[in-house]
Write a protein that binds this ligand. Sequence first.
Ligand code: OOG
Ligand code: NI
Length: 456
Amino acid sequence: MALNADDLRTRFSEALSEMYRAEVPLYGELLQIVRDVDGAVLEAQGKQLEDRPLRNQLERHGAIRLGTEHELRAIKRLFALFGMHPVGYYDLTAVGFPLHGTAFRPLTARALDKNPFRVFTTVLRHDLLSPSIRETVDKILKDRNLFSPRLCEMIARAERESTMPAQEANDLIFESLKIFKWHSRSTVSMNAYARLKSEHPMVADIACFPSAHINHLTPRTLDIDLVQQEMARRGLPAKDAIEGPPPRQCPILLRQTSFKALEERVMFDDGHGQAVPGTHTARFGEVEQRGAAVTNKGRELYDQLLSFANRNAANVSGHQFDHVLYNSFRKFPDTWEELRVGGLVYFCYRVTGAAKLGVSVPQQVSLDRLLDLGLVEYEPIVYEDFLPFSAAGIFKSNLPEESNRPHIDCSSNVTELERALGCQILNEIDCYRKLQEDSLERCRAELGLEEITGVF
Ligand code: OOG
Ligand code: NI
């Protein structure tokens, strides 16, 4: 059997999930909570867990932090084999972290339907490190090899073919997992670790280990509020508030919650060849519920209402914040029709069964008319990316208090990240606009029309 990029992505995300479950038992518990909650949600609708949409059954995102441009280029090539490409720019300097990144994910409607697995990938910005530490970091990372020679060979070969024999795919996945695996032994001495950590905990997390360990793997749920309650009930160290928009009739973007990073035992060299025990805090658990992709206008409104809530609720507890957020978002329309007419959300349009009966319409007809006549229907497009503010919030809440550093004053640097990647980063909103346009073009062609007018 030969595998294509979609099959490889599914195999890879499943293998990664299995590995992470063995490494972090709480992740297994989280998956169980999601299954229980989704089962209860479906039961209330008279359905069963097996009726969970395929996407929800296998959907996850992961996150890794890389050290060098070289590592970033290599990961780009590996993810491309899994049909995952860089979308969106995330500037973590906004919260004082010397990192920026992108999300590797599938692009086409078909590939997303098969499996939308994505990896939030950041890379260390050496230009933002203090000069006194930069040389040490560069030297440590120069000696690190995340990609085994066998893996590099397989990537180069696979780039020339469009499918891969099953046996080779197993090898590729086996070798790839090594990049994401956790190691409880640091590559540096206890002293070096402490120095890098005092520069920034992220610097230590990136530079002191032999792999780019996956730091969380996030399942998607049908009801994040229930998951949050259930995490608390089962005694998981859950955060006290859900990030992203408030609960709504028409969910938008995504909502996430997490349990705090684990303190893990790590062995260090004491500088004289003896192993000494220490700890490191990096990996955490997260869960998310996805909503609709917003347009630029929708994103602006979201940002505006969120920052309004943040300003109004400085220093209030999680529960009170939920209330303030909910009130602030009353200004964000909450029916699909208003969201559509207001140009706030992207939709996928489809020709209905009625259209196949052959109703005649003019060659140039407005979208509204087609909808009124029941010839076309629509469904919101799922948001496939990350929340810049949410990402920042999650980074922050998983760091020890003293590391909440002041804002680094520097401009975002998408061109620099594109140069490091050696390719363009797609703008996420352009991707959704294209999905909507493609769906309308399919409707136009199926209905045999010249033009559909009046599209938002
Ligand atoms: C990535 C955090 C971003 C999300 O869901 O917003 C992220 C990290 O901690 O490396 O995964
Ligand atoms: Ni995440």
